[in-house]
Design a binder for this molecule. Structure first.
Ligand code: GUN
Length: 293
């Protein structure tokens, strides 16, 4: 059994990006510039955005954080997005989700220029992904592809079972792993809350991707001997065993499942560290006009 080390792979890719940025700088080119918009002060969003800004510093990107109050109106946020769409110095930007309830996430996503949508959430970019056209891939699925690739995991002809059909993980990873590409060419089954006999299906998976948000949902008896298991779940639970007072749990019961696997991602330290790398990779592509010229 091999534990897929997302920390190590993400550090390697960050080094590769930093080297490329250093080369761009010394050639006198503009360095990538990412902006992040944070509305309100949700604790988890604050942490995620701070990590994104810190990662920009680490690789030599410019970054701009725009903080807006929680009572910002939808119209005001649309005006901020419009300014960022038009700002020539900003290569890409994200609006951290979820937004306060009085603002429509979807309306905001659709107002972002697809050329600058480094989250890959705009319907245009989602459509391009489904058509296997060059685009910005959403962070978590992109991170999963990178892990499969860097560990040289064979995917062609494999049965991949995805648990969970969210717009940001389950649905896109099912599309990506079915594409005629590497990683890809899987036979994909997408399962969800209405699926019957889910354990019978997960037991047939060569590659099992779990993105449900239910700690410990996948038990040992639900996994085939030799399977590749990718655990996207990351739920914070109160714990007396840690200094911080909480512990992170994946969707997979690691103790039961790991001994049966050929490869498995731990939580934390598996898929999680890869997501910021994906955002930076997309921002670098935006700066180099690799997707949209
Ligand atoms: N909230 C949780 N994950 C994400 C993400 O990848 N992008 C944005 N914009 N918001 C998020």
């Amino acid at each position: 059994m091999t534990i897929i080390d997302g920390k190590k792979i993400s550090a390697e890719i960050l080094d590769e990006i930093a080297l490329e940025v250093a080369n761009m700088k010394s050639a006198g080119s503009k360095v990538p510039h990412l902006a992040a918009v944070l509305v309100g002060n949700d604790g988890a969003s604050e942490t995620y955005v701070a990590a994104k800004v810190k990662a920009c510093d680490k690789v030599g990107f410019k970054s701009t954080l725009i903080r807006l109050k929680s009572d910002t109106t939808e119209k005001e946020l649309l005006e901020t997005v419009d300014k960022l769409n038009k700002d020539k110095d900003i290569d890409g930007f994200i609006v951290q989700l979820p937004l306060p309830r009085h603002i429509s996430d979807q309306k905001i996503i659709e107002s972002i220029a697809p050329q600058k949508d480094v989250d890959g959430f705009h319907p245009s970019n989602v459509g391009r992904m489904a058509l296997n056209l060059p685009t910005y891939l959403p962070a978590t699925p992109f991170g999963i592809l990178k892990l499969l690739e860097r560990y040289k995991i064979e995917t062609a002809g494999k049965h991949c079972v995805v648990v969970g059909r969210s717009n940001i993980v389950g649905s896109p990873i099912s599309i990506l792993l079915a594409r005629n590409s590497y990683p890809g060419n899987c036979t994909v089954t997408l399962t969800h809350s209405k699926t019957k006999n889910i354990a019978e299906i997960t037991r047939t998976a060569d590659i099992l991707v779990v993105a449900l948000g239910k700690p410990g949902f996948v038990t040992g008896t639900m996994v085939k001997e030799g399977a590749v298991v990718i655990d996207v779940g990351i739920t914070r639970m109160p714990s007396s065993q840690t200094k911080s007072g909480y512990k992170l749990f994946g969707d997979v019961n690691y103790e039961e499942v790991a001994p049966k696997c050929s490869f498995i991602t731990p939580v934390p330290g598996g898929v999680g560290p890869m997501t910021i790398v994906s955002l930076l990779t997309n921002t670098l592509k935006a700066c180099k006009k690799e997707i949209y010229s």
